[in-house]
Design a protein around this ligand. Sequence first.
Ligand code: PLP
Length: 385
Amino acid sequence: MKPLNDVITACPPSGIRRFFDIAAEMDDVISLGVGEPDFVTPWRIREAGIYALEHGYTTYTSNAGLPKLRRLICTDQASRYGAHYAWDTECLITTGVSEGLDLALRVLLNPGDEVIIPEPCYVAYEPCVRFAGGVPVTVATRWEDDFAVDAARVADAVTPRTKAILLGSPANPTGAVQPRASLEALVALAQERDLYLVSDEIYDRLTYEGRHSCLGALPGARDRTVVLGGFSKAQAMTGWRVGWICAPEEIAQLCVRVHQYTMLCAPHVSQLAAVEALEHADDDVAAMVADYDRRRRVFVKGLREIGLDCPEPSGAFYAFPSIRRSGLDSETFAERLLHEHKVAVVPGNVFGPSGEGHVRCSYATALPLLEEALERMGRFLASVN
Ligand code: PLP
């Protein structure tokens, strides 16, 4: 048989899923492993989905998505962050940020173009760059700096083949929110070296200290920035598969071009549910954010009390403590913690080399379970130290 696609066969399966699959086979496991809200989608949003189904909204929509939803997204971005996009030419609805990321990279890259990615980072970034024909070039960030991206280090990685910088803030897996100064330095670098910026802002509403800055709203950034957003996290809508891209017209329209042939449109029912989410669910989102914040405080304090250094996670719903004091590497720590004390966390090295010595714990988990997980982790640490 002829060989299958080289790039895809060379791509390893996600390290997160491996742990998740082992944990799923065990009893009494507390999983801090998955990056998913433990809330179900707020009732009013589900009800909008039910209404849409009952009334037969079961067709395709326009390729770019429902005009009403695009209008709401652009109004929301403008009022929340001062990021201005024309709903009819600069915004499209995707099947989650996952599709948005894929579209943006396919539209920006020619074969062999390099994309600089600060790591540790979301596991899909490197594979998606490769699937789009590009070459990922990672740049380390350090927990001593709260994982702030150092533009000088990024500048050192720029070559004549560099096309774009891809980053997520607030970040998975670190919970870091990039300081405005770091973002501004990246924009200046992008202007100087003529680079595009791809900004994954899926966790924009999940910030606990200070406000999120939309990259597309920073001075000088708009013409070269693709902003990706969605409903999976803050609105607890992972299974609905709905997200969006805001970008300058030429890029947005080429994204629509790929999307119209590969996806046609995002699910109609989900788009109507997303309309409800933006029109009427701000209070539900605020209640969930307040709950994550409560859990975050308890969990981070608890990690520190059992002896794990933990950088302050100011966004998303992840803590990324250092486990160096255990003397174990990340994989061994996570494997032993799972088998010996039945707590599932994700080894930090799956998010890039700078993640070694850390584990990712999602605190999108009920408070009593987080407290029990802390106790089990404390017992585990006492047994290895
Ligand atoms: N970007 C980041 C940083 C994520 O953590 C995730 C999901 O975990 C995604 C994108 C995927 O989001 P969606 O459900 O909108 O495809």
